[in-house]
Design a protein around this ligand. Sequence first.
Ligand code: GZL
Length: 343
Amino acid sequence: MMFTGCNGAPGNSAVDTSGTVTADEAGDDSRDKALITVGFSQVGAESDWRNINTESMKESLSTENGFELIYDDGQQKQQNQITAIRTFIQKEVDYIVLAPVIEDGWTTALTEAADAGIPVILVDRMVSSKDKELFTCWVGSDFELEGKKVCEWLNEYCKLNRISGNDIRIVNIKGTEGASAELGRSRALRKAVNRYGWKLLDERSGEFTQAKGREVMSRFLRQYNDINVVYCENDNEAIGAIEAIEAAGKTVGCNIKNGEIMVLAFDGSSEQALEAVRSGRITCIGECNPLHGPRVSKIIEDLRNGVTPEKYEYVDEDIFSSYEKITEISVDDKVYPVEIMKQ
Ligand code: GZL
């Protein structure tokens, strides 16, 4: 476990040039009592989105802003995150911020934090614990809405180009199984498949990574010779899928009538992915906003001022595409503009 140091004050902690102290060197007396101590258990570093999310949290919860941030990279393993929560409790932090890798399995650790009187703020993904008092509040995205937007975009495309729903043959490269983002985006796809008659050939987890996305897409291409749409549950998987499609001698793009394979994705947080949208290699991206830092620091400020924050705070998100004929889509009677991105 690595800790991001607070103020580099002399004492037990040997702060290296990057301002990071190791677990066994971060002693309590190195803590400046004036700072608000926050233990942040992050999912990992699996995607561009995640890295931007981490940076947003570190920038907001900085020493300059009055915080001592104790950061832990869970490496996409729930047990690492549970261990980090217990370490934060031992260190008697003022707040715990948790981005839970999957929804299940948190009740015990969150109960321990509650018993220690430490408020827990959830970011990004949700927990399935029935007792909603185990966390103070949550900041993140409506993942099913993200999925509905992308699916409605595909439905609009089919209508404009007179493509029957029955001719859509789609595969889903899912995110980490059981993660809120995976559950919501997959649920939206299954509902659209049932509503529009698309053929969902297969689903398999790409674990939100580029390497696994490429591996899964290669496998799908060996198994199915009629895929015309790939639903990737994040950008990194989409980049990996494009590598696999092009390695197989096929072409990515929106002209599925002409044999191209349409790539759909989520996040829109990396320049590489946005460039892929501008060039038409990714046809449409459902934005997922990673900038939770300012919202979390505001929540802590409110809590310290006796203001009760909203229990659930959703971030605003768009949809991106270079296909100029679709400038808006409608989901549940609400109209969302499409941001047209051209080179
Ligand atoms: C979504 C977040 C997901 C991103 C992926 O809020 O949980 O995890 O879509 C990331 O890129 O790995």
